[in-house]
Ligand binder design. Sequence first.
Ligand code: NOJ
Ligand code: NOJ
Length: 427
Amino acid sequence: MIHLKRFTLIVILLVFSRHPFAMAQNPYFSQYQRSIQGVIANMLPNGAVVASPSLNQPNYYYDWVRDTSLTMKTMIRLNADQNINNLTKKAISRRLETWVDWELARQETPKLTDLGEPRFYVDGRSNREPWGRPQNDGPALRALAAMELAQQWINIGRLDDVQLKLYKAELPARTMIKRDLEYIAHHWTESSFDLWEEERGMHFYTMVAQKVALIKGAKIARYFNDLDAAHFYETQAASIEQYLTAFIDHSKGTIKYAINKEGGLPHKLSDLDVAVLLIAIETFDGKFYVPLNEVIKTVNQLAQSFQKIYPINQIQKMKSGTNLGIAMGRYPDDRYSGFDFSNGNPWFLSTLALAEFACDLQKTGLASLAKNKLMNTAEAQFNRVLFHLNQDGSMSEQFRRDNGYEQGARDLTWSYTSYITAYRACF
Ligand code: NOJ
Ligand code: NOJ
């Protein structure tokens, strides 16, 4: 009896010591854990990650390179985190290995638009339905994820594995990162579809991802004594940087999400898109790789416009007095309802992106921005998400603009990922 009690106590202590915030009554922590499990549930044994288990209305049962890359970058970070319990870590680290093999195979799978191919069936075949392709953010986001894994492997002495699978100084490239970097460096001047798979053109989101991938790519190239490549990647990154100045709207002080569009959606009228915010946080590593003042202004305008557009934003406080932040969507004129084109809604990942941005800004310590104001903004965004969340913590793609109920693909991997990254940035 006494032994049992002591044992229980030790177990409790062990559990809590791994989760410092569990005791600190952080109201956002349990959904953080729930989100990690949400991601793990969507990782298949063969290394594929389904965007969502939803098979119809909409069918998201594919592996999208973008969703998977953003998610795996987050899993790679969790894998190196002391506070993650062993069971979860085991599940993750196993999947990291299979994911690498999955991506290497996908790079080789025959497909319509080379590495710009946006998505695959979960058995690995490429998808050939009519679709917005290529989407050239994919290789950049994948390289950014894989380079973090390469660093982890280097740290633990797995240098041979890195050179076997991730980066080797050779052409033609046969390793994952090197292939992606070569693709980016040779194709960034070409137009492609945006992250929303709707418009072909030159996209701020895609180009920032490409720029940062090449900057970091040059470092890994140099590490492996691939000096010509390092120089080539740097030169291309500098050219992208130069090109990116064309996205600044000087009259408004904001960023246009796209330029040189080829056709485009007739109903997408404004230059505002949350993609600008997303790529700011997705590339943040203690410093920003985007023109910060213009991004801040863009984000403010987006928030103001979503505030007006979505009726649920009229509720700004709970009865308890808790502040509810702004439910954010993709862009003001969005009509994608999650399965048809009846009406756009707020998205979890956009709403959480604002929280993450506020916390990233807080870290950069810009004197002009009050710290506690940023933290209040972030917490209000989390409150908004928890307010509309299903009871069981499952997160779909969107929640309805009129009543806040979840809508669109259920258990969207990217929604969970966005909660995890926002939480880690803030707490
Ligand atoms: C499905 C999704 O890719 C979504 O982003 C898009 O709005 C619709 N297809 C229409 O292209
Ligand atoms: C539609 C989104 O617009 C796109 O960005 C995403 O990759 C797919 N859904 C899959 O989640």
